[in-house]
Structure formats: structure tokens, C-alpha cells
Write a protein that binds this ligand. Sequence first.
Ligand code: ADP
Ligand code: ZN
Length: 440
Amino acid sequence: MKTPNPIEHIDYWQKNEETMNRIALESLQRERLMNTLRRAYEQVPLYRMRCDNAGLKPGNLTIPDDIKRLPFTTSDDLRQHYPYGLLAIPREDVVRVHTSSGTTGKPKAVFFSKNDLDQSATLIARCLIMTGTRKGDTLQNMMTYGLFTGGLVMHYGAEKVGVLVVPAGPGNSDRQIALMRDFETTVFHMTPSYALYLASILQERGIDPRRDLHLKRAYLGAEPYSEETRKKIEQIYGIDVYNSYGLTEMNGPGVAFECQYKNGMHVWEDHFFIEIINPDTGEVLDEGQEGELVLTSLSREAMPLIRYRTRDITKIISGTCDCGRTHRRISRILGRSDDMFVVKGVNIFPQQIEQVLMGIKGVAQNYQIVLDSYDHLTVNVEISIGLFDGNIEHLLQLQSEIADKVRASILVKPKVELHEPGSLPVSEGKAKRVIDNRTL
Ligand code: ADP
Ligand code: ZN
């Protein structure tokens, strides 16, 4: 039986950049920020208009203090200026487009120059080396290939390191398992919800990943998940799980990534300027306070974005990290501000419920939250097949344990419905955890 592999020695892809002292790093940020602002002002009419309206000229700003005076960019700006309105380079210098699904209306298009692509692959290479992946490893990429960045951006980064990439894409679990066996996959990249689902398929097929496969680590991201889910996945597969954060607007994966200490995700601050704001007022919060992450790209050529509101709720973790990297970390994303829902006047993030569920013995891999009214919620939970043993007492006990523990965490007692494994819907991409049937 395998146990998770510690990383024997610390290694870097770009040691100078990753361990640069804070003074040098901040001065590099200032220089790149100035350059980005100047290009945005000169090339993108929206930025020019906004700066002019605010009476700001890139040349006159004191960086970084004055950045607080610049207006935010929102996902609506990307939609309204779809497709080419925010482009800062000639159209013929664009070599790739990715889009982000969003929920309604037009997609958001994000463009890459050749240098942008190279840069995004370099940042992924840093992340892989940071977490112990090396030439000789086999990475099975189970994220969607295509307009979503999780496929191609990870792919090229892994190739840069010299890893053998299996571009499997998501779904078709039996084929995934066959690929893992044939190519002796050591690393995989997928959503946490798919990792949980695949675990249930492996169990059904009688395959013990710790015994029968060669997995060492996984990069999980694209959707929020709790520490409990990480532990559960690590335990089932016998691997190390690293949290991976990114968004299409900032290249996709490779914006922030955990190092071997798994204590927050290092944001590559030489390429992204980070702020945390109060999502209601836009006010910039102090380091350590929880709020919405705002990102400014510092090196993107094709489509620089200034003070982009991610909607993701997190906080900056201060202090140095034992891995030697000087880039600050952000904590696990609590959720998107628009994922938060209110029941009985209480603000709730799906992840708070997930955290409770994944810590309860007998709870299997999938769950769903259904909102039918403003004072009530239902949690549908898949439980281990062994619990359907004809003893109704066990089911009732588990049901009330779940309801009580959820109430202790979110202060609202849910109705709990237990389901057999595999009976709740699964999606190939990001999981849809909340079904909101409320009409108002
Ligand atoms: P969309 O989901 O809007 O179509 P993206 O594919 O660009 O677009 O997804 C980016 C979003 O996914 C982030 O803004 C964040 O909400 C979520 N996300 C990505 N990685 C993580 C992670 N590790 N933890 C939590 N949420 C994440
Ligand atoms: Zn670290």
C-alpha cells in the first residue's frame, strides 16, 4: 500500500522569480503595473474613457497607492465588449481565444498572444515543479479540452516541464481507468467533484487506487471544495491533493497554487497584482481580512485586465512560507459571492455544507442542495451502499446526525434526504451544487 509521497527536496522552475525578496518583487510589480496601465490607456478605449472620467493619467499615478483610485473591471465589461472590445494588441497578433461560460447571455472572450501563451505555460510549470511533478511523470488531464482553459493551459504547462500528458478530457470513467492503468498515470488534474465521482466508480469496479494504480498526486480546482473533501480524496486515492486556482480572465489555471505545505495558495505576484475588497462597498481591505479577490494582470499582452473583480471570496495569508517562495498566499476560496444564498436570513456558502458532509462517516461522494423557499433548505446526500442493509434505524440515525451537524455549522436545520450512490446527477464540468427553485 502506498502512502502520500513527501517531496524530498524543494525545487523551483524559476528560482529567482519565485524567491525574489519582497522589495525587488514589489518594485517589479510597480514597473509592470505602470506598463500595463499605459498600454491599456493607449490601446483600449474603455480604459482610456474610464481613466479620463476619473481624472487619472497612467503617467501621474503613484503606484501602488493610486491603484485604489482606478475603476474596477467586471465580467459585464467583458460581455459588453465581446468579442474584441478589450483587445490591446492588433487582432493578427492574437493566437488563441478561450471563453468562460458564465451563466447567462454572451460568453466572455479572453485572448492570448504568443507571449501570453508562453507565460501561462511557465506559470503552470512553476506550479508542477513546486508540488513535486517532474519529467518522467504521467499527467492525466481530465479537465475539458476546448474553450475552457483547464484543458489546454495545463496541457502546455505540463509539456513544458517534460511530463507525459494524457489529454483525456472529462467523463467516460471506464476509459479514464483504462488510461490510468495503461500509462501508469502518476498525476491527475480534475475537478474535486469528478475526483469524488471517479472514486465511487473505482469502488464499484473493485479497484483500490492505493493498491492497483500508480497515482501520487492530484491538482484539483475550478470549483470550491473544503479541506474535508481534500482529506477524503487524499485518503481514498492515497495521494497528495493540491489546490489549484485560476480563472479564464487571468489565463486559467496557474494564478495561485499550493506548495508542498498545503497552507494556502501562492499567487504568482510577479504576474498578478492582488487586492481584497469589501464586495459591497469596493473598499480595499487590510491583509488578512476576508473579502473579494481583485486581480490586475501584470504581464498579459493581448488583453490586460485592471482591477478585475473575480467575485471569489478569500483572504491573503501573511507571513513567509517554509518553501522559500516570497509570493503571498490566499486561503481556500470560500465560494463566489454570487454562490452565496440566504435562508432564514442567514448567509450560506455551499462549501460550509460540503465541509460538514464530507466529515461524516457513511456519507458517500455526491450531494446537492435544493432551495424551495426562503426559510427552508433540503440537502440530498448520497450515502454508502452498505447502509442500505434493511435496518431503518441506521438510516434514521445518519439522517438526524447530518441534519444536526449542518445546523450546528450554518444555524439552519435542513431537511436531509438520503440517496444511493450514483443516484444524484453528475456533471462533466463544474458541479452544480445548488438548485434554487425560488422564483422571487
Ligand atoms: P466560469 O466558471 O465563470 O465559466 P472559469 O472557468 O474561468 O469560468 O472559472 C473560474 C472560476 O472558477 C473562479 O473565478 C472560481 O470561482 C472558480 N475556481 C477556480 N479554481 C478554484 C479553486 N481552486 N477553488 C475554488 N474555486 C475555484
Ligand atoms: Zn510555500
